[in-house]
Ligand binder design. Sequence first.
Ligand SMILES: N[C@@H](CCC(=O)N[C@@H](CS)C(=O)NCC(=O)O)C(=O)O
Length: 332
Amino acid sequence: MSKFKASTGVEQEINDKGYFIRQKNFFTTPFGEGESKLPVEAGRYRLIWAKGCHWSNRASIVRELLGLEEAISINLVGHGNSEQKRGWEFVYDESGIDPVLGVRFLSELYEAADSEYEGRPTVPAVVDITTGKVVNNDYVWLTNYLEEEFASLHKQGAPDLYPVHLREEIDSYNDFLYHNVNDGVYKAMFAKSIEAYNDAYDKLYKAFDAIEERLGVSRYLFGDYITDPDVRLFVTLARFDTYYFKYLGPIRNRIVDFKNIWGYARDLYEIPAFKNNTYLRDMAKSNANKSGVFIDYNTRFWDQIHYEELWSKPHDRETKSTDPEQKFLQNK
Ligand SMILES: N[C@@H](CCC(=O)N[C@@H](CS)C(=O)NCC(=O)O)C(=O)O
């Protein structure tokens, strides 16, 4: 039996003022050309992700948007009932074993990569199929690698989600999204002091207000076409009313209460790569095995709220675009 710990838990990542400070990524070798980089090769890597986890969901959406399905294989992990408590498991596979990698737990792939690894074995994780080791879990840059370094493997006519002329602006906007929205939600949910909570909560809603305003004048975050930050924002929006809000405490507004943000989220959801990778009902029923009367709202009603119907309601977002027929910039 391995000495490897499934997870140290986020409790280790709370500072003495009660603030949640996320662990650093450990496997950060970039993809690309050159000796110190991970080579870009069709069929070499497998992306492991989880339905509930937006850090990994953004990579699964971008993979499909770019038509990398043949080049990079994929699999889902989930929470199993295993006695071993080793974290993410290949629960959706027959006998609970990933058919390509031959393991039951994601932690085995982290352990194969580094037997001394002490952090949480997290998704997204990119595994080199030739070695069975995790080679990259750098969720911050992963989608950018897919957009830039994997360009030679994109489908014909793939969208340009990371246009060169906008990269600097996109990187800085992604940073804003990361601190205030993507991780902002976790900073509030995991805070252990009311000071840390209020700080994160205020920043989150201030960011939502700024985004609501921005989306009042343009269809997407960077104008007429979808770019990388839209994927990053979408994955948090998709989890907000279905899941996060119940851990946030009394919230000021749901996503459906923001006119522009809610229309924008539905506009994105229409696109197959977004829809196929967004499991709204699964997110809502995440506590479904709880018993008793004090069960959260989403869990009680996950099968009575028609999420698909709700998210497919018409919107008028085209009116914000000067190129309403096109959602993507295709310059390849
Ligand atoms: N790699 C980042 C972000 C990815 C992340 O937190 N993924 C979560 C799911 S959203 C995870 O895999 N958690 C497993 C665990 O904490 O054991 C981190 O280390 O904090």
